[in-house]
Write a protein that binds this ligand. Structure first.
Ligand code: AMP
Ligand code: TRP
Length: 336
């Protein structure tokens, strides 16, 4: 694969911590696919982020490979994108350490996701949960990333990555590119089907709250029919109709249209008809992806080749940035 230095760089990652939902797809993965032509892209499976909460090792191992297969099944071309496991490139952890030494307890404990996740954990809150956004900053800064495609829940973490980059550059001299977020126009925040004021999450205890990327068409339809809607009627996109607005968002992003256009298409229609249309639109996207993922998972050697070559390529660039940062901080320099 040819690295084209003229192209701008993109880095993004997803945790292999559960079965992905259509929120991950519509908020992140689908945008990655669109960006692959124009950018030099690194799409990582961030396994070291997943272990900030305890994982069953045998399940995690399986999920890592499934996620790589899903990346490809969703349309990421292995010839055009660098795809690999974060733990295979040790520079992530090493730069994470350097940045930890420049991050403040205050800014980390203020992160919304830390507050949410630590509240759920009770007494023994893992230190990794607090320092996780620093590792995410390291992921991004290692590649002199220009753009980071993410769902809107990750905006705060990206802000921290920018702050850390600027702080480091100010103290030790220009080292890192300050990254920008890329948040898609639609689908940036898909909400729970059961509690539409809450983000759709793969770790939700209620399986009816999310549609997973492996849900078969009949399950998708069933979950859609059970989706909580609002009182009244009408397919109207409005903050006081969070349930129906979320379904409009899902439909709009599946079809590549605006919420206004959806309102028009379903003028006069009832909730039942609309829910069925949303279910069909989602299933039409999922079915071919599921078939492709299954095919890919039956060829482990092919997947291994992709993640090995991906890590080799990522390691080269990542080490150059790591060594530069180490040198800037006064650690004994080595030849680039
Ligand atoms: P995670 O599953 O937390 O590793 O998230 C992977 C990517 O999916 C990130 O860019 C998230 O912002 C995005 N994402 C996760 N859940 C949603 C959601 N409900 N709506 C939109 N984007 C999401
Ligand atoms: N923290 C992100 C999430 O939970 C995943 C992630 C880790 C990431 N490192 C990243 C996303 C770097 C973008 C860039 O969704």
């Amino acid at each position: 694969m040819q690295i084209q230095e003229t192209k701008k760089t993109i880095f993004s990652g997803i945790q292999p911590s559960g079965i992905l939902t259509i929120g991950n797809y519509l908020g992140a993965l689908r945008n990655w696919v669109q960006l692959q032509e124009e950018y030099n892209t690194y799409y990582c499976i961030v396994d070291m982020h997943a272990i900030t909460v305890r994982q069953d090792p045998s399940v995690l191992k399986k999920r890592c490979l499934e996620l790589l297969a899903l990346y490809i099944a969703c349309g990421l071309d292995p010839e055009k994108n660098t795809m690999y496991f974060q733990s295979h490139v040790s520079a992530h952890a090493e730069l994470g350490w350097l940045l930890n030494c420049n991050a403040y307890m205050g800014e980390l404990s203020r992160m919304t996701q830390f507050k949410d996740k630590s509240a759920k954990q009770g007494n023994n809150i893992g230190a990794g949960l607090l320092t996780y956004p620093v590792l995410m900053a390291a992921d991004i800064l290692l590649f002199n990333t220009d753009l980071v495609p993410i769902g809107s829940d990750q905006k705060q973490h990206l802000e921290l990555a920018r702050d850390l980059a600027e702080r480091f550059n100010n103290v030790y001299g220009q080292t890192f590119t300050v990254p920008e977020p890329y948040i898609g126009k639609s689908g940036a925040r898909i909400m729970s089907l059961q509690e539409p004021n809450k983000k759709m999450s793969k770790s939700d205890e209620n399986v009816n709250a999310f549609i997973s990327m492996v849900d078969p068409a009949d399950v998708v339809m069933k979950k859609m029919k059970r989706a909580v809607t609002d009182s009244g009627s009408g397919i109207i996109y409005s903050p006081d109709k969070p349930g129906i607005s979320n379904l409009i968002d899902i439909y709009a992003s599946c079809k590549g249209v605006t919420p206004k256009e959806v309102e028009k298409e379903f003028e006069g229609a009832g909730y039942g008809t609309f829910k069925e249309a949303v279910g069909t639109a989602v299933a039409e996207i999922l079915t071919p992806i599921q078939q492709k993922q299954k095919e890919l998972l039956s060829d482990k050697a092919y997947l291994e080749k992709i993640f090995t070559e991906g890590a080799d390529k990522a390691r080269y660039t990542a080490n150059r940035t790591l060594w530069k940062a180490q040198k800037r901080m006064g650690l004994a320099p080595r030849k680039l």
